[in-house]
Write a protein that binds this ligand. Structure first.
Ligand code: NAD
Ligand code: UDP
Length: 304
């Protein structure tokens, strides 16, 4: 698994190891942390290698879970050229490995391939509305070329490809300073700081709890479906409403502060998950209320 020390990767490793699978984790620790995987260090099923996926690697594996890539806008915009390089070269190198050893390959793609979508909710057949030269392009276009590479390796080299188009996911093991909205609001609330609403907060997102996402990724890897699949929770919220929910849960006296809306920030986002239901028999089980309680419990330990 590439990016295994990150938020989603570490949750996925936990599930795979609990299922008795052997996992080799590759990570360069850009946004991943050793603490996320420290519980597995003494486990015979687990192996850790510091590795940057922009360099090739030779290793024997039968499955590749390719997650390496910063996911939060502040992190992928920190060094956008490196983000594009990670998406293109990293995916290219890992596909080369998949071809050499005959491994099945799952890529963590994203709802960002739909850009600022004119079609709502987003279905897999929607081709997207992506700015090629904006501040989100390194990530959005990086994931689009990564999908392209995957299917060319499938067509030309018969690599078995699985593509998960992941929508906003939250839960334990996100970084406190991750910059994404759920972790920002929860940590601001614990610090008694105003919740930062970008723009008017009327833009929407749909939030999937990480345990549900992990189940979806495993079903996709295990199944036979070969085209891209949306994995996300279709419950859609305005950002201002998410702020109200978190305020009510942590501290009713909190205030909000409006900050400028980042450039190219999508106005709306919600997955159509009919395909995941039909092809994978997958749908989310954890609602926002329950998922937020678990996430708040995770972050609370840093303030006790
Ligand atoms: P994350 O930032 O917590 O994890 C990414 C991991 O990749 C980190 O451990 C980081 O150190 C590692 N990494 C980054 N560049 C690397 C490189 N060049 N070589 C080796 N390792 C590298 O992010 P996450 O939320 O866990 O996301 C995991 C994957 O899922 C990413 O590919 C992301 O694009 C995708 N995704 C996530 C979401 C979400 O809401 N969390 C949504 C859509 C897609
Ligand atoms: N957002 C916000 N306050 C924050 C962080 C994010 O209002 O402190 C908004 C952001 O502008 C976006 C939404 O919340 O509209 C989701 O942002 P995030 O960075 O979590 O994910 P993405 O934009 O990649 O979906």
């Amino acid at each position: 698994m590439t990016g295994g020390a990150g938020f989603i990767g570490s949750n996925l490793i936990k599930r795979l190891i609990n299922n008795g699978e052997e996992v080799i984790c590759l990570d360069n620790y850009f946004t991943g942390r050793k603490i996320n995987i420290s519980n597995f260090i003494d486990n015979q099923l687990f192996e850790l290698i510091r590795h940057d996926v922009t360099d090739p690697i030779q290793i024997e594996v039968d499955r590749i879970w390719h997650l390496a890539c910063p996911a939060s806008p502040i992190h992928y915009q920190f060094n956008p050229i490196k983000t594009s390089k990670t998406s293109f070269l990293g995916t290219f190198n890992m596909l080369g490995l998949a071809k050499r050893v005959g491994a099945k390959f799952l890529m963590a793609s994203t709802s960002e391939v739909y850009g600022d979508p004119e079609v709502h909710p987003q279905t897999e057949s929607y081709k997207g509305s992506v700015n090629t030269f904006g501040i989100r392009s390194c990530y959005d276009e990086g994931k689009r070329i990564a999908e392209t590479l995957c299917y060319d390796y499938q067509r030309i080299h018969n690599v078995e490809i699985r593509i998960a188009r992941i929508f906003n996911t939250y839960g334990p093991n996100m970084l406190q300073d991750d910059g994404r909205v759920v972790s920002n609001f929860i940590n601001q609330a614990f610090k008694n700081e105003p919740l930062t609403i970008y723009g008017e907060g009327t833009q929407t997102r749909s939030f999937c709890y990480v345990d549900d996402l992990v189940s979806g990724l495993i079903k996709l890897m295990e199944g036979d479906y070969k085209k891209p699949v949306n994995i996300g929770n279709p419950e859609e919220y305005r950002i201002i409403d998410l702020a109200e929910i978190i305020k009510a849960k942590i501290n009713k006296n909190l205030s909000f502060v409006n900050k400028p809306l980042p450039k190219d920030d999508p106005l709306q986002r919600r997955p159509n998950i009919d395909l995941a239901k039909k092809e994978l028999n997958w749908y989310p089980l954890v609602d926002l209320n329950t998922g937020l309680d678990k996430t708040i419990k995770y972050f609370k330990r840093f303030y006790e």
